[in-house]
Structure formats: structure tokens, C-alpha cells
Design a protein around this ligand. Structure first.
Ligand code: 5GP
Length: 139
């Protein structure tokens, strides 16, 4: 499949669609997932037109990993989450639904199951409040 310049994350990167931003640098962008599987569910995307890991430039793969390494501790601290799950899905069979590569940062708590993937829209005010806490923890 060829990369679709009109996928929702490409639009977010261009500023053509809204997002609740957490972090940005020259090679990556991070924002809140609008259909979170757990409170604090965040996404990191490279500023590179790749559907998945197989198409991604190595420098941008490294940059995405660096941003995950920076953001995950802030999500953990802000959400007071004992565990953090990092996930990156490649291909529909793996569960990928948006075809601009991204890494999920998902807080986990004992006894709290993950919500279904990409199903239920969150309350935007709650997401914004979580984002404020995460950005404060980022420093
Ligand atoms: P995937 O299934 O491709 O690994 O994950 C796509 C993720 O993007 C899902 O967790 C889904 O909730 C999230 N998502 C889908 N559409 C939007 C959107 O318009 N904005 C944001 N912030 N997240 C989205």
C-alpha cells in the first residue's frame, strides 16, 4: 500500500486536524490518543511519511524511540501508573488502524483491563487535564 498523505496522523502533523499535543521536536510529535485504552494513553509519531516500521527511515526510528524514552516516564509519573505498556502495530493483521507509524504509550494498573482498541471517544476535557499533568511531568 502506498502512504496516504490524507491519513489522520498526516493531517495532525500538517495542522489540518486538531490534536492535544504533548511534545514536539524536529523529528517527532506526541499527542493524546482520542480513543484511549487507558487514562493517559499517548502516541508518538515520526515526522516521516511511513505507514509502518518497514518503511521508516532509521534516523526517524531512533528519534521516535528517543521521544518514547522521554515521554513514557512523564506519563508514568503524571498518571501515577505502576506499569507502562509500549506498543507499535504493523499491518491490519497486527491491529493497525491508522497508517502513519506510531508508538503507543499506555499506562497499566493491576486489576484494570485495557479498553477495546480505538473504539470509544474520550471526554476532551479529561484528555486535556491529563495532557497538562503529563506536560508538567515532562518539565
Ligand atoms: P493503531 O490501531 O493504528 O495502532 O492505533 C491508532 C490509534 O490512533 C488508536 O489508538 C486510536 O484510538 C487513535 N486515533 C484514531 N483516530 C485518531 C484521531 O483522530 N486523533 C487521535 N489523537 N487519535 C486517534
Amino acid at each position: 500500500m502506498a502512504y496516504d498523505e490524507n491519513n489522520i496522523f498526516a493531517k495532525i502533523l500538517r495542522g489540518d486536524a486538531p490534536s492535544i499535543k504533548l511534545y514536539e521536536d524536529d523529528k517527532t510529535f506526541a499527542f493524546m490518543d482520542v480513543m484511549p485504552q487507558a487514562p493517559g494513553h499517548s502516541l508518538v509519531i515520526p515526522k516521516f511519511p511511513a505507514e509502518n516500521l518497514f518503511d521508516l527511515d532509521e534516523d526517524y526510528a531512533a528519534a521516535m524511540a528517543r521521544t518514547v524514552k522521554k515521554l513514557a516516564p512523564a506519563v508514568k509519573k503524571a498518571m501515577e501508573a505502576p506499569g507502562i505498556m509500549i506498543a507499535q502495530l504493523n499491518g491490519a493483521e497486527a491491529g493497525q488502524t491508522v497508517y502513519h507509524i506510531h508508538t503507543h504509550i499506555i499506562p497499566r494498573w493491576d486489576g484494570i483491563d485495557l479498553k477495546l482498541h480505538a473504539r470509544e471517544m474520550a471526554n476532551m476535557d479529561e484528555l486535556k487535564a491529563q495532557a497538562e499533568k503529563i506536560m508538567a511531568a515532562l518539565g
